[in-house]
Design a protein around this ligand. Structure first.
Ligand code: KIV
Length: 261
């Protein structure tokens, strides 16, 4: 499974089930459950390291966890987050660091930001590195955004998000994560793009869904976001919870309206 397969799935109308993952054992369980893609998210700074944001995660952390996940899931598309400060300086800096994540086993890298990152996305994709964009609530900008807030509520903000999405697609992005945006806006963005959108708190009309592993297992000691669902409830095992998540994404049962904005 590679990023191209995700685009084919989406073209066939099949929903993409994605989950964050940070180690080989969970990666293997996810692959057995039929997960289409694993995101080695910089959310590991919060759920593994106990930090209050993703900002302190290093490239070395991401290389280490990407290698772990790649060792555990040989047949699943692996997307690695580019950590804060590892790509914003210049396209050359982004290439240097993205290459290390690809060497660690990623099939695609994810970076946050809209039009301002288009040149970098073009630079990476022209050099053989598939890129996933990330718009809406972008955790690396939490301090600029003033907290964990839904984005794109006003007409102007919604228009800007749509333009950012189109700019990333034109620059060559192959996938787009939409985090904490109103469901109606995510639906509109999805309709206007030809690349798949993956929602997290963005409603059921995205082409796929992603959750943070620790949220969907109900084991994160911090606040559970409204958009998350604990799939361990009613499940007999972690393996069963992962399979229930895949099935709920595929058949459109997750997210429900109570998980959306
Ligand atoms: O780091 C992460 O887990 C993410 C998801 C929230 C999409 O970027």
């Amino acid at each position: 499974m590679n990023p191209g397969n995700l685009q084919q799935m989406s073209a066939r109308g099949e929903k993409i089930a994605m989950l964050t993952c940070y180690d080989a054992s969970f990666a293997s369980l996810c692959e057995t459950a039929g997960m289409d893609a694993l995101l080695v998210g910089d959310s590991l700074g919060m759920v593994l390291h106990g930090a209050t944001s993703t900002l302190a995660v290093t490239l070395r952390d991401m290389q280490y966890h990407t290698r772990c996940v790649a060792n555990g899931a040989k047949n699943t598309c692996i997307i690695a987050d580019m950590p804060f400060g590892s790509y914003q300086q210049s396209p050359e800096q982004a290439l240097h660091n993205a290459a290390r994540l690809m060497a660690a086993g990623a099939h695609m890298v994810k970076l946050e930001g809209g039009s301002v990152m288009a040149e970098t996305v073009r630079f990476l994709t022209a050099r053989g590195i598939p890129v996933c964009g990330h718009l809406g609530f972008t955790p690396q900008s939490v301090h600029q955004l003033g907290g964990y807030r839904v984005q794109g509520r006003s007409v102007d903000d919604a228009q800007r998000l749509l333009e950012d999405a189109k700019a990333l697609e034109s620059a060559g992005a192959g996938l787009l994560v939409l985090e904490m945006v109103p469901a109606a806006l995510a639906k509109e963005i999805t309709a206007q793009l030809s690349i798949p959108t993956i929602g997290i708190g963005a409603g059921v009309d995205c082409n796929g869904q992603v959750l943070v592993l620790h949220d969907m297992l109900g084991i994160y000691p911090g606040k559970t976001p409204r958009f998350a669902r604990n799939f361990m409830e009613g499940a007999e095992s972690v393996q069963a919870a992962l399979a229930a998540y895949v099935q709920a994404v595929k058949n459109g049962a997750f997210p429900a309206s109570e998980h959306s904005f």
